[in-house]
Design a protein around this ligand. Structure first.
Ligand code: SF4
Length: 683
């Protein structure tokens, strides 16, 4: 019982977007154990191998504890005053030379809400530009765009508790058993209690073994697959006509389009047998309360936003969103605070709470609080920042908590961009690939060392509390942003994280009911939350959708092919994704016991392809695309479909993102990590 638990600090996990509440036990200023909180709102006493055991990085001898400054080509330790002075002079010079838009910042899902709020405020108020983005650009920006277009808000429509009340789960392009294990366990528990399960994923991901139907579309054909399912819903009368009449628009256009997507044609495009498609549509279409859960297999495509919208079509056709007849459309966020980073306005076109920078009313709300004029022109997205740097137009780039040289696609070009940019500032825990190329490296605190809030995948704000102090001279990103502003002679107000969240609520009415005090009392509160005396909205759109006309919008977007195809030169398709013991570039999870659990990066391939290319299990293998090369260890198994190979992005040394292409979602610039044509070459 909890009576037997040692005193601990309650915080929120800083790895995946599930948002598990954790109790962190310390002794003599060091973490000795991390226990899942039994009363955790999302995790209910569970946690995975990442949250529980991946804290050895805290005391790694490789932690950055002093600022580093490049002199004569070498990074040398300096004091904070010298580093901050250099950054301030560099930023001022960049603005003087090229104007405010010659400066850009990449904020972070690893940072708290309050830190993200402060970064975007710094860029808009002190620098005077909207050139601020965050790593949701690389994963769920199509969710933000697609869900906003379909329903009006960028978040998932329901909570995990709602999803767990469903009688049919449609899990698409996600591997929650490995990437979001606590959600994976709850979905599995639901299926063991009788819910139907449809898995749509090219790989035999963990849940597929328990699925009633496993659809294995060719990578890049999601939109055709979703249209095929919608075609069957319409053809077999499984739509909610009263809901469609009262609460949706776009049915005539979609009906006309879906005539082109009968199951046989969809089978040709996707490789999914027509009978399986029909069976899956009937499970979803006949369920009393179906729910959709999806991941990056939907978003990280050339047409990722169309993927989100056409997946959302299914819920709209069934009246399974904004009603008690289903549990909507729910994106699984890969990073702890990727939802919050965007919620806080660390985006080039959106202010805190998703007001558009082009909207005078949204700008006026921010201007009234900040006392400056917010620039009206949207800023650069991350890929455009790199392009601007290579073109000599970007003179200063501040990268916070993201190893862009390891995690962004077409990594050779990212390195070229950093080379070309006169000032690169990097806030980091470790000497990452990006830090090694920076001019100034600022040592910062990790999630176990700082104070603030995160927003998890189902829009719940939860508190983050420091269990231990940061090592040496490392500081929180919150303190560092304030210090850079002060070094430039500017003030940002909101001196504490609590004050920052309170100020954010004045800029963005959807957060006005939130505060640290309230979260300390209540544990978790979902947004929208407009009133401190009322609960947040866990399930969205009960009365009306948040679109301008109050209706859900069906999307009649045709299927368009992905950016790359297998051909004679590059006959295999590479899909990248996550594995169970590691998180993102692995900078934290590889520095501790999780490395022993999952020590090397593999290239998964099908036994038939292994025979064809004379590859043996456990052998080194070199993979080549049109963009670069990577070296991995072959792992042969049926999990990967014939003609496809899979690897993670947790081991940057293998160079996986030198392989991935510059193709990106046509709406949001989210990279197409899920479709790269590759070949195996002699090692
Ligand atoms: Fe929970 Fe995700 Fe952390 Fe695992 S990584 S403990 S599932 S929040």
């Amino acid at each position: 019982t909890s009576a037997h638990r040692p005193p601990a600090t309650r915080t929120t996990c800083g790895y995946c977007g599930v948002g598990c509440a954790l109790d962190v036990v310390t002794a003599d200023g060091a973490v000795t154990a991390v226990l899942p909180a039994r009363d955790g709102p999302v995790n209910q006493g569970h946690a995975c191998v990442k949250g529980r055991f991946a804290h050895g990085y805290l005391t790694s001898s490789e932690r950055l504890t002093r600022p580093l400054l490049r002199r004569d080509g070498r990074l040398e330790p300096v004091g904070w005053d010298e580093a901050l002075g250099h950054v301030a002079r560099g930023l001022r010079a960049a603005v003087a030379d090229g104007g405010p838009d010659a400066v850009a910042a990449i904020s972070s899902a690893r940072a708290t809400n309050e830190e993200n709020y402060l970064v975007q405020k710094f860029m808009r108020v002190v620098i005077g530009t909207n050139n601020v983005d965050n790593c949701s650009r690389l994963c769920h920006s199509p969710s933000a765009a697609g869900l906003t277009a379909s329903f009006g808000l960028s978040g998932g429509t329901d909570t995990l508790d709602d999803v767990e009340r469903s009688d049919c789960l449609l899990v698409v392009g996600a591997n929650p058993v490995e990437a979001h294990p606590v959600v994976g366990a709850r979905l599995l528990r639901r299926t063991l209690h009788g819910a139907a399960l449809v898995v749509a994923d090219p790989r035999a991901v963990g849940l597929a073994a328990h699925a009633d139907v496993h659809l294995r579309p060719r990578p890049g054909t999601n939109v055709a697959l979703f249209h095929g399912l919608a075609h069957v819903l319409l053809a077999e009368g499984m739509t909610d006509e009263a809901f469609l009449r009262a609460r949706a628009t776009g049915l005539p256009e979609l009906t006309e389009l879906l005539a082109d997507y009968p199951p046989d044609r969809v089978a040709e495009i996707t490789g999914v047998p027509a009978a399986d498609l029909i069976a899956a549509a009937r499970l979803y279409g006949r369920a009393r309360r179906p729910a959709i859960v999806y991941g990056l297999g939907v978003t990280e495509h050339l047409h990722g936003t169309d993927g989100v919208r056409t997946l959302a079509n299914l819920a709209i056709l069934r009246g399974a969103v904004g009603t008690d007849r289903g549990h909507g459309v729910n994106p699984l966020r890969g990073q702890n605070n990727v939802q919050g980073a965007s919620d806080m306005g660390a985006l080039p076109d959106l202010l805190p709470g998703y007001g558009k920078v082009t909207d005078p009313a949204a700008r006026a709300r921010a201007e009234a609080v900040w006392g400056i004029q917010v620039p009206e022109r949207p800023g650069l997205r991350i890929p455009d920042m790199f392009a601007a740097a290579r073109a000599g137009e970007l003179r200063a780039l501040w990268v916070i908590g993201e190893d862009v040289c390891a995690t962004d696609p077409d990594a050779n070009k990212v390195a070229e961009a950093l080379e070309a940019c006169p000032l690169v500032v990097c806030s980091e825990l470790f000497p990452s690939e990006t830090a090694r190329r920076a001019d100034v490296v600022l040592p910062v605190a990790s999630w176990l060392e700082k104070n603030g809030t995160f927003v998890n995948f189902d829009r719940r704000f939860q508190r983050v509390r420091p269990a231990v102090p940061p090592p040496g001279g490392a500081r929180s990103d919150f303190d560092v942003v304030h210090a850079v502003a002060a070094a430039m002679g500017a003030g940002l107000g909101c001196p504490t994280p609590a004050a920052a969240l309170a100020e954010c609520g004045r800029v963005a009415p959807v957060f006005a009911g939130l505060s640290h005090d309230r979260l300390d009392r209540e544990g978790a509160v979902p947004w929208p939350c407009r009133d401190p005396r009322r609960p947040g909205e866990a399930k969205l759109y009960r009365e009306r959708f948040a679109t301008a006309d109050g209706r859900a919008h069906l999307a009649a977007a045709p299927y368009l092919p992905p950016g790359e195809h297998p051909d004679d030169d590059y006959p295999l398709l590479l899909v990248t994704g996550r594995r169970w013991a590691h998180y993102n570039s692995g900078s934290m999870t590889r520095r501790g016991p999780n490395l022993a659990l999952d020590p090397v990066d593999f290239l998964d391939l099908h036994p038939g392809d292994a025979r064809r290319y004379a590859v043996r299990d456990g052998e080194p293998v070199t993979v080549e695309s049109r963009h670069g090369r990577a070296g991995l260890i072959a792992r042969i198994g049926e999990q990967t479909a014939p003609g496809q190979v899979f690897c993670s992005f947790h081991f940057p040394a293998s160079g996986v993102n030198r392989l991935t292409s510059g193709h990106a979602d046509t709406v949001t610039s989210c990279p197409e990590y899920k479709v790269t044509a590759v070949r195996l070459v002699a090692t």
